[in-house]
Design a protein around this ligand. Structure first.
Ligand code: 13P
Length: 254
């Protein structure tokens, strides 16, 4: 039976009170559905220690939503991979379309971050995705492969070993429009095969989908062969819906 990796990306949401309520709800109502799941919580990094203490369960992991690729130095406002590692964070989300768009992050910069994450033995959750316009022009595969190639170029052929790739089409994020399960499967298959072919070795790479994942569509998405899990944005802020999604994925029989 495959294990489903569920990642909760809270983005710039939450506060101490929400972390408190969520963690209590999590401990009493969600923990029991973890058998077939791996849960990675990604609230804003300043709340991770609070949430970690309150949930106090070794099976729950935490991700930072970003890092700077420098290790140390005069970079006001930034956090490095070695700093977040020190507080027990095992994963980093990078390449998210909101950072590509709002912070002008390009493939070259994202590759530097990926390199720093790997050097610090943290697991990268690399988001890739095309815009609505690129989709319309039939450029999806080309755009995604380019996003993957820049990582190979910087980090070598084994770059993706033990990493997570999240296909998050930009047009789907926060729009209520998900890609169809068939399309998700097709794209994840193409990308996984592309990565394996260019790695020249049998590496472990896990494929996710993100973009308007909800209680209504999660079952059909995670039932797809190439889907190892989902990256959930706004749906992960609502405890009851989040529990429902975890419960659904814990019953998966494939
Ligand atoms: P939504 O689930 O809110 O569409 O966000 C998806 C996302 O960006 C997760 O990283």
């Amino acid at each position: 039976m495959k294990k489903i990796i569920i990642i909760a990306n809270w983005k710039l949401n939450g506060n101490k009170a929400l972390v408190n309520k969520f963690s209590k709800y999590f401990t009493s109502n969600i923990i029991k559905y973890l058998k077939n799941n791996i849960i990675i919580m990604s609230p804003p990094v300043i709340y991770i220690e609070q949430m970690k203490k309150l949930i106090n369960n070794k099976k729950i992991f935490f991700a930072s939503q970003n890092i700077d690729y420098h290790e140390t130095g005069a970079f006001t406002g930034e956090l490095s991979a070695n700093m977040i590692k020190e507080i027990g964070i095992k994963y980093v989300i990078l390449g998210h379309s909101e950072r590509r768009e709002n912070h002008n992050e390009n493939n070259k910069l994202i590759a530097k971050k990926f390199n720093s994450i790997k050097k610090n033995k943290i697991i990268p959750i690399l988001c890739i995705g095309e815009t609505k316009k690129e989709k319309k022009l039939g450029l999806t595969d080309k755009v995604l492969k380019k996003q993957i190639d820049s990582i190979f170029l910087k980090c070598g052929k084994l770059a993706f070993n033990n990493s997570i790739i999240a296909y998050e089409p930009r047009w789907s994020i926060g729009s209520g429009k998900t890609a169809s399960p068939n399309l998700i499967n097709k794209i994840l298959k193409i990308i996984k095969k592309y990565i394996l072919k260019n790695s020249f070795q049998d590496i472990k790479v896990y494929m996710q989908y993100g973009g308007s994942v909800s209680c209504d569509n999660i079952k059909n998405i995670i039932n797809q062969k190439y889907v190892d899990g989902v990256l959930i944005g706004s749906g992960s802020l609502n405890f009851k819906n989040f529990k429902k999604m975890i419960k659904i994925s814990s019953k998966l029989k494939i």
